[in-house]
Structure formats: C-alpha cells, structure tokens
Design a protein around this ligand. Structure first.
Ligand SMILES: Nc1ncnc2c1ncn2[C@@H]1O[C@H](COP(=O)(O)OP(=O)(O)OP(=O)(O)O)[C@@H](O)[C@H]1O
Ligand SMILES: [Mg+2]
Length: 258
C-alpha cells in the first residue's frame, strides 16, 4: 500500500474503550476501516458511543485494548508530541461550530493553520499565501462574500461551512464530524452533508460523520456503520441498506438512555 493511502485511512481492530476500570466498556470490540475518499455515516442511539469513538481517534478517550491506526500513526503508542501531530492532521467538525464569534470569518478559517503551533498571538501572523488559500476555501464552501463579517453574525449553516473551511485549512488526512447538522434545518443539513461527501472524494480522505437522522445518512454516505451499546451491529454499503436493515441500531429493549 502506498504511503499516501496509508496516511489517509483509519483502521480499528477489536477496539475497547472505558473511562474507568470500574465502569463498563463504552466501546466493546469495534472493528472499523475508513478508506481514502469515502464518507461513512455513524448511526446509533444517544449513549451508544459515537462521540467516544471520535474521541478515541483523537486521543481524548482512553483506548483500553485493541489496535488503532489513524492516518499512519499507531494510536495505542503515541508520545505526547505525536499526539499533537495527529490532532493537527484531523479535521474536526462539531455540532456547535466552535468559531470565535468576535473574529472575522476569514480569521476563523486562518486559525486552522495554527492548530499545530501552540499558544501564539493569532492576530496578524498569517502569510499572504495563507490568506489566499483561506479565501479559496471560503469560496469552495460558498460563503466567500462573508469573509470580513464577524463570525457570530452568520447563520448556523453559514457558521458550519466556516468550520469546514477551517478544517480544510489544516489539510487534514481525515475528517471527523460529530453531529455536524444537529442544529441545522433540513435544507441546510443536505447542503452541509453533500459538501462533506464531495470533500471526501475531492481530497481523497475519509470522512466519518455521526448522524441521528436516518434519511440523511442514506442520502449522503457511501457506507453506514450502526453502533449499539458500543458494538457495531450493522455495517454495509449505503446503497444496500434501508430503514428496515438499520432497525437493529435502534431496536427497543434495554436501550440506552434517551
Ligand atoms: N468523559 C466521560 N467519562 C465517563 N463516561 C463517559 C464520558 N463520555 C461519555 N461517557 C459515557 O459513555 C457512553 C457513550 O457516550 P457518547 O457520548 O460516546 O455517546 P453518543 O453516542 O455520542 O451519544 P449522543 O447521541 O447523545 O451524542 C455514555 O454512557 C456516556 O455516559
Ligand atoms: Mg455524541
């Protein structure tokens, strides 16, 4: 396998995660591959472990056992410096956008370049080339006309697209999007998810996106993975799945808390 492909994939084998030795496993034997260019939708009831899976991939949840390769790194043997390196190469998108509201849209995108730089004065330190690239990315996500506005003045859908441009500014090897459309209306949800799927293809990187709305997963992913009580209970190509096939992900009886 070429190095490029190796650094643009995620591979988990029998991954187990628990937050404390006295608690049950939150992820209990997860096998998962994310390949370059594909968008994988992660489904699961509240508490099933979706965010924990994303956190395990960024070193924010403790991997108790199993194998975990992320973007060419072995996540189970990372030194602190490598952990910073891995994080700088993962584009993360969250439900709440996490923009700096008082700063301009353009500056927010530019902060993507600082991910690996540690604490610095973020103002006035960006090169002309970085600014050009940030504007290109804003154009790509369809809001370059907002570049000079304060981020807090934008709608949710616009803010999420700024967050995507900021993630792209990192030239990420992988994108993890944890419920990126949970606060958006249906139309904007489609816009943002189709944007993420096209980014996966164009950049040749895997995109993992957790969702609560089945039709959105069916419309905007290449594969679907269904998590239940920390284990994968459904996994397949999206074109082979429908609501019935995904029912085991949500089926009743002793379900997670709502
Ligand atoms: N930092 C933590 N310390 C201890 N337990 C945690 C921690 N984070 C999550 N958990 C527990 O792990 C389980 C899975 O939580 P997680 O947030 O991964 O679920 P989720 O699928 O993302 O849910 P939701 O759809 O509500 O976002 C829950 O039982 C939760 O209480
Ligand atoms: Mg979650």
């Amino acid at each position: 396998m070429s190095t490029l492909v190796e650094t643009r994939r995620v591979s988990l084998r029998d991954l187990r995660v628990r937050y404390s030795p006295t608690e049950p496993y939150v992820l209990d034997g997860v096998d998962l591959d994310l390949l370059a260019g594909e968008t994988v939708a992660l489904l699961g009831a509240s508490g099933s472990g979706k965010s924990t899976l994303m956190k395990a991939l960024t070193g924010f949840a403790p991997i108790t056992s199993g194998e975990a390769q992320m973007a060419g790194y072995d996540l189970t043997r990372l030194r602190p410096k490598q952990l910073r390196e891995v994080r700088s190469q993962i584009g993360q998108i969250f439900q709440q956008y996490n923009l700096i509201g008082r700063l301009s849209v353009l500056t927010n995108v530019l902060t993507g370049t600082l991910y690996n730089a540690g604490p610095v004065n973020v103002l006035g330190t960006f090169s002309a080339a970085d600014r050009r690239r940030a504007l290109e990315l804003l154009d790509r996500v369809g809001i370059v006309h907002k570049a000079d506005e304060q981020a807090r003045t934008l709608s949710g859908g616009q803010q999420q697209r700024v967050a995507i441009a900021r993630a792209l500014m990192q030239s990420p090897r992988v994108i993890l999007a944890d419920e990126p459309v949970a606060s958006l209306d249906p139309r904007m949800s489609h816009t943002v998810l189709s944007l993420l799927q096209s980014i996966a293809k164009d950049e040749g990187i895997p995109v993992l996106v957790s969702l609560h709305v089945l039709p959105l997963a069916l419309a905007h992913s290449d594969r679907i993975v269904g998590l239940r009580h920390g284990s994968i209970v459904v996994q397949g190509n999206t074109s082979d799945l429908d609501a019935d096939a995904l029912a085991p992900v949500y089926d009743v009886h002793g379900d997670e808390e709502m």
